[in-house]
Design a protein around this ligand. Structure first.
Ligand SMILES: [Zn+2]
Length: 91
């Protein structure tokens, strides 16, 4: 999987930072400044799912739909499954 260093999410530029040690979680989203942090030790599928999870948090922070952590996780797992099962993205 390509590990992007920058992402545009709904028109907002995010930096993506890869860390070598897990601090509190394998992924983190911070809207100010716009940074997504990911643990570099994950395999491709877990990295993709965690990236989707953090992108959903980013979208939630911009459109303010107040997704719970559980709903965010369910959406991330569902999108990862949909995109890989239908070979839209191959990891
Ligand atoms: Zn989360």
């Amino acid at each position: 999987m390509i590990r992007p260093k920058e992402l545009n999410i709904l028109g907002k530029e995010y930096k993506v930072v890869y860390i070598e040690e897990v601090i509190d979680a394998v992924g983190h989203h911070d809207p100010y400044p716009a940074v997504i942090t990911l643990w570099n030790g994950m395999g491709d599928y877990d990295m993709f799912m965690t990236l989707l999870h953090e992108v959903i948090h980013a979208i939630d922070s911009m459109v303010d739909i107040n997704l719970s952590e559980t709903k965010t996780s369910v959406l991330a797992v569902s999108f990862a499954d949909f995109l890989t099962r239908n070979k839209i993205i191959e990891l």
